[in-house]
Design a protein around this ligand. Structure first.
Ligand code: F0G
Length: 365
């Protein structure tokens, strides 16, 4: 049971400290989604909703460890580049630790909820004339000049915390025959989470706790307009080509130069997984599908379900598989996208009879 304050930190044996700067994070629900499961046609489908972490995304799992390390190093200023969620998590965990935080965001491309979080938790917010990849270049320069401690997923301690997603999935899911999931499908931006899951499973195999054949197939999903990982998998490359122009409704994964690709590409290949790109329309459709099961996610998160649908349709994922889809961020992160994807409010007069006429489809007045 994940109740109580020990969630990520109940796995401290796999982490660099006994405890961290905690809100607390982890222990997220692994939802059954019977209608979606039947609709997609896989054997078992579960959705692990990482949007239920304290700041609404999986980044909290990495930040609880990363900020703890920053305390140990006695640094003056924490910094990250972000498409939004990392900045929200850094601002909150930095505030918790009483440290100064600086976030570099791509101007005009960060969802409203995420900026609101970074703002209220007291981060200094720099809106850079450029995309996320430019922001990451700049913040790496700042870190190299000793001006800040970098808390992007290039920081290996972030990935240590994010390994706990894999530990929770293995602890929580067994199919009818007592087996672990065949596949984990997740949205990919900078490929940090993919790298973290791969490290998690590698360590379990090396320690003898997991049979090599039981490692879930890591399956990454990107938006068509920002898909360098999909391109690298398709072409069999060990590195990604940097996409200078990127665009997608899923602003969280609007990334053209995934810095963790060298760690994540082998994870996808060696687990027998794959990578697939989905359109913005497919993402929005999947966002509605999840919402129809009561699970509210931001667009990037829905990419996992959109990708699974595509892979089942193409036959790359078999209908006998047990699959876990990760939904990485909460619906309220991007209220504009949610409102655009959902039902529009209908104006009515302030009168019960008028409202009943309206509901019956008759004109009011
Ligand atoms: N889903 C969401 C909601 C994200 O915010 C991110 C990354 C990803 C998926 C991709 O994860 O980078 O580990 O492959 N967001 C980062 C940020 C880039 O700045 O918040 P990844």
């Amino acid at each position: 049971d994940f109740a109580g304050d020990e969630r990520v930190w109940r796995y401290s044996a796999a982490l660099p400290f006994e405890a961290g700067v905690s809100l607390p994070e982890g222990g997220t629900q692994l939802h059954e989604v019977p209608r979606l499961e039947a609709d997609l046609g896989v054997r078992n489908l579960r959705v692990k909703h990482e949007g239920m972490n304290p700041t609404g995304s999986f980044k909290d799992r990495g930040m609880t460890v990363g900020v703890r390390v920053a305390q140990e190093l006695d640094v003056d200023r924490l910094a990250c580049a972000s498409t939004g969620n990392t900045s929200a998590a850094l601002a909150a965990y930095g505030a918790r630790a009483g440290l100064e935080t600086l976030v570099l965001l791509p101007e005009g491309k960060v969802a409203a909820g995420k900026i609101a979080q970074a703002s209220l938790h007291g981060a200094r917010i720099l809106e850079v004339e450029g995309n996320f990849d430019d922001c990451l270049d700049r913040v790496q320069d700042l870190a190299n000049r000793g001006e800040a401690y970098l808390l992007n997923s290039l920081n290996p301690y972030r990935l240590e915390g994010q390994k706990t997603i894999g530990l929770e999935i293995l602890e929580r899911f067994r199919n009818e025959e007592g087996r672990f999931p065949d596949r984990i499908v997740l949205p990919v931006g900078n490929a940090g989470n993919t790298a973290a899951l791969y490290k998690c499973f590698r360590e379990l195999v090396q320690s003898g706790a997991l049979a090599p054949g039981d490692v879930p197939k890591l399956t990454g999903v990107q938006a068509e307009g920002a898909a360098p990982m999909v391109e690298a998998i398709r072409e069999g490359n060990d590195e990604t080509r940097r996409w200078e122009e990127v665009e997608t409704i899923a602003t969280a994964i609007r990334i053209g130069n995934p810095v963790n690709a060298p760690k994540a590409l082998p994870g996808i290949r060696e687990t027998g997984g794959t990578a697939v790109a989905v359109s913005d329309e497919e993402i929005t459709e999947a966002q509605r599908d999840l919402a129809g099961e009561g699970i509210g996610v931001e667009p990037a998160s829905a990419a996992s379900v959109a990708g699974l649908r595509k892979l089942v349709a193409s036959g790359e994922v078999s209908t006998g598989e047990d699959v876990v889809c990760l939904t990485t961020g909460h619906l309220l992160k991007d209220p504009d996208a949610a409102a655009a994807a959902g039902n529009a409010p209908e104006g009515v007069p302030n009168g019960t009879d008028d409202i009943l006429r309206h509901l019956a489809g008759k004109s009011v007045g």
